[in-house]
Design a protein around this ligand. Structure first.
Ligand code: PMP
Length: 291
């Protein structure tokens, strides 16, 4: 990943990809004082760029640091990275972290850095291929309680159990893992939110201890516009057998149908197809009508 060609925006400068380096004694590396975003550009424009930028700034604030750039500057930097790398459809990763001035638990004397990278990460599968669905196993790790960790930040420390869960699932032949929360309710996958469909009714877990994804919120609006009712509530794992379809949402995952979660099977069908199509249309830059 670090040996590609291209340009990375790094503390206000565009640096050659291979030179975008940090010191080994960086606070963010040792103590997870690090927040990031995942966003996608479609047709040359980042979908919901300002929402991603605002979430990045808010995640930093939650970790008690201020990213030293305004939302306008960060948006402009994201556009600059796309243009400099000649990218039109791309995945983008802004990341902000505490630097290497001091290395022990306290962090307030360490400067805050920001870097932004972008690369091609296509949605590889056609709708037909996607509709086969992916298989998930239950994770042995649970999403922690809101008074255990700042669970609403998109912060590096929250991903330790995601990596453990996803690696374990993949080693067992599954595509991803589904995590319960600290109370035993259904929570989310390792980098995506989850929805369940029965007829025209959609149910999705209440995001009270995990990320309320930007794609999740987009999907709720699209589902309602397409005649579904959407209920956000706590869900017990044993209810999953009541649903016909299931899908994940996330910037990288977009809308990904699921065919299995542990002992429960789902058959991706019309509901998933409608929402995949609605999301694909939604992310395309809107044409401004000619005068
Ligand atoms: N949950 C987790 C743990 C994630 O990493 C992501 C991806 N950012 C999501 C949910 C979905 O968020 P979004 O739709 O904003 O990409």
């Amino acid at each position: 990943m670090d040996q590609r060609e291209g340009w990375i925006w790094f503390d206000g400068e565009l640096k050659p990809w291979k030179d975008a380096k940090i010191h080994v004694l960086t606070h963010g590396l040792h103590y997870a004082s690090c927040v990031f975003e995942g966003q996608r550009a479609y047709g040359g424009e980042v979908f919901k760029l300002r929402e991603h930028t605002e979430r990045l700034i808010a995640s930093g604030k939650t970790l008690d640091f201020t990213i030293p750039y305004s939302a306008d500057e960060i948006d402009a930097a994201c556009r600059e990275v796309l243009a400099k790398n000649n990218l039109v459809d791309a995945y983008m990763r802004p990341v902000a972290w505490r630097g290497s001035e001091e290395l022990s638990v306290p962090a307030r004397n360490n400067t805050v850095h920001l870097a932004i990278a972008a690369w091609v990460w296509p949605s590889y599968f056609s709708t037909e291929e996607k509709l086969k669905g992916i298989r998930l196993e239950w994770s042995k790790w649970r999403r922690p309680a809101p008074d255990t960790i700042p669970c609403k930040a998109k912060a590096a420390g929250l991903y330790m159990i995601c990596t453990l869960s996803k690696d374990a699932a993949m080693a067992n032949g599954y595509a991803d893992a589904l995590m319960l929360d600290y109370r035993g309710y259904v929570a989310e996958a390792t980098g995506a939110n989850v929805f369940f469909i029965k007829g025209k009714d959609i149910v999705t877990p209440t995001p009270d201890c995990f990320l309320d994804g930007i794609t999740r919120r987009t999907l709720i609006a699209l589902a309602k516009a397409n005649g579904f009712t959407v209920t956000e509530r706590h869900m017990k794992p044993e209810e999953l057998g009541d649903f016909d379809e299931c899908f994940l949402t996330g910037t990288a995952a977009e809308v990904t149908p699921v065919s299995q979660i542990g002992e429960f099977s789902f058959t991706p069908a019309e509901g998933c197809r409608t929402l995949i199509d609605a999301y694909s249309a939604e992310v395309q830059p809107k044409q401004v009508a000619a005068e």
